[in-house]
Design a protein around this ligand. Structure first.
Ligand SMILES: C[S@@+](CC[C@H](N)C(=O)[O-])C[C@H]1O[C@@H](n2cnc3c(N)ncnc32)[C@H](O)[C@@H]1O
Length: 200
C-alpha cells in the first residue's frame, strides 16, 4: 500500500476504535467538562474531586501519562472522570455530533512549538476554536494557561478575533491546582474565553 493510503487507513481505524471507546463513556451526562492534553492528570483529578456533579473527560496522546492518571483516580475512588488516549484531531473526528461539553474545556500548558515553522502544530488556531464551539454550548468556559509568553499573546489574539468565543478577563480561574508542567515553569499566564451565544 502507498504510504499516504497506509496513513489514511491507520487514521480511519484509529477513529473507528475511538468511536467504540467513546460509546462506553457517559457523554450524555448533563454536565460535561473536557481537558485536552491532560498529561499526568493532576489537574483534572483535583477538579473532578471538587466538581462531583460533573463528568470530566481528559485526552492525551501519551499512554503512560494516562495510565498514571487513571491509577490516581482509581485509588481515590473517583467515578466522574474518564481518561482517553487520543489526539485532539482524532477525538473530535470520532465524537458524536450530539455531545456538548457545557461546563468547561481546559487547555493547560500545551506544547508551545516555539519555532515559527511549527506554529501550525499549536492547538489554539481558528479551526480548532470553531471545532470547540461546535461541541460546546453558550457559556462554556475555555480555560487556557501557558508558561510560554509568546504563545500566550498569539493564542489570546486568535481567540479575541474569533466570532465563536468572547474573552472575559474578569472571570476567576476555576481551580488552582498545580500541573506537572506548571511545577516546572517559572511562571504562567492564563485567559478564559466563553462560548458565544450565536456560534455556528
Ligand atoms: C506540555 S504537556 C502539558 C501536560 C499537562 N497539561 C500539564 O500541564 O502538566 C502537553 C501535553 O499535551 C499532550 N498532547 C500534545 N499534542 C496533543 C494532541 N494533539 N492531542 C492531545 N494531547 C496532546 C502531550 O502528550 C502532553 O502530555
Amino acid at each position: 500500500m502507498p504510504p499516504i493510503e497506509e496513513a489514511q487507513a491507520i487514521n480511519t481505524q484509529r477513529i473507528a476504535d475511538l468511536r467504540t471507546a467513546l460509546a462506553e463513556l457517559p457523554l450524555d451526562h448533563p454536565q460535561l467538562t473536557l481537558e485536552i492534553g491532560c498529561g499526568h492528570g493532576h489537574f483534572l483529578t483535583a477538579y473532578a474531586e471538587q466538581h462531583p456533579d460533573e463528568h470530566c473527560l481528559a485526552i492525551d496522546i501519551i499512554k503512560e501519562r494516562l495510565e498514571k492518571a487513571a491509577s490516581k483516580t482509581d485509588r481515590a475512588g473517583l467515578t466522574n472522570v474518564s481518561w482517553l488516549r487520543a489526539s485532539d484531531a482524532h477525538f473530535f473526528a470520532a465524537l458524536p455530533d450530539t455531545v456538548r461539553f457545557n461546563r468547561r474545556i481546559f487547555v493547560l500548558f500545551p506544547d508551545p512549538w516555539p519555532k515559527r515553522k511549527h506554529w501550525k502544530n499549536r492547538l489554539i488556531q481558528p479551526a480548532f476554536l470553531a471545532t470547540l464551539a461546535k461541541f460546546t454550548t453558550p457559556g462554556t468556559e475555555l480555560c487556557f494557561r501557558t508558561d510560554y509568553a509568546p504563545y500566550f499573546e498569539v493564542a489570546r489574539e486568535v481567540v479575541a478575533a474569533h466570532a465563536d468565543w468572547e474573552l472575559q478577563d474578569d472571570r476567576p480561574w476555576p481551580l488552582e491546582h498545580e500541573t506537572v508542567f506548571q511545577a516546572r515553569a517559572d511562571g504562567h499566564q492564563s485567559w478564559i474565553a466563553v462560548r458565544a451565544e450565536n456560534a455556528l
